[in-house]
Design a protein around this ligand. Sequence first.
Ligand code: GDP
Ligand code: ZN
Length: 292
Amino acid sequence: MQGKIIKGIAGFYYVYIEEVGAIYECKAKGVFRNKKIKPLVGDNCLVDIVDEENLKGNITEILERKNSLIRPAFANIDQAMVIFAVIQPDINYNLLDRFLVYMDYQDVDTVVVFNKVDIATKEEIDELESIYNKCGCRLIWVSTYDKTGVDEVLECLKGKTTVLAGPSGVGKSSLTNLILPEEVNATGEVSKIGRGRHTTRHSEIFNVSPNTYIADTPGFTSLNPPDIEKEELRFYFEEFKEHEGNCRFNGCVHVNEPDCSVKKALADGQISKRRYQSYIEIFDELKNKKKY
Ligand code: GDP
Ligand code: ZN
């Protein structure tokens, strides 16, 4: 039977077999062990069921991966959804921008969910919109309180495996609870997410609807930049692209060079100060890393 590894704990892999609608506790025996493939959460695999009554089996093969992410460690991810609150807590722009760079680096498209629109002013929403509508990501405006945008989130998830991420306090658990079907919510395992911060300690995948999964990650507070050269960082800032062709120097990194069109666009307000600030912060980090 074919299934998907939804979590791994202490040498066991829990494999969800969609056609049966059940989770099997499996060991990773069999041929693939010799090939040095370490099973990842999100892997599609073949399972030999050894005990139907107690839902136990052996994984005999890991099916070919579409991709595998380093951080968070998942296989077969179609997209990422990162959640921040418009206010309360204040947006950590640096963390959001880092996340966008990191996912782009791993070739994963990101959707940004801004939650808590019910308590935000129009000005606050408009400001965010003007910053992020140029970053190349889809934006979804949500309130888990009055369910604004929840249908749009569901439509966006449909038929895909989506990694969910967000710092604590932004409403990730509230949103997850609205997304997951009730029978999943009723199990002890998942209601753990519902209890909020500090509870989701391992990575886990949940079945939302047929062929639709969310990969939940422990809340994150920091993220190292990916392993790229500082000169490459500019390619991860989508809104720089329309300007950088006009910089005086070829290969301008838009930091200290004269006649830099990106800096001109910044001065004109066409490029957001917040985004540029994140760029400089990550750039400096990459620069300093090279010294070691
Ligand atoms: P998590 O830490 O990201 O999992 O966030 P929670 O789902 O635990 O929510 C954190 C706090 O934000 C809780 O007090 C929620 O009641 C509140 N919250 C969640 N969604 C919304 C929303 O859409 N609007 C408002 N005003 N508060 C929300
Ligand atoms: Zn430049």
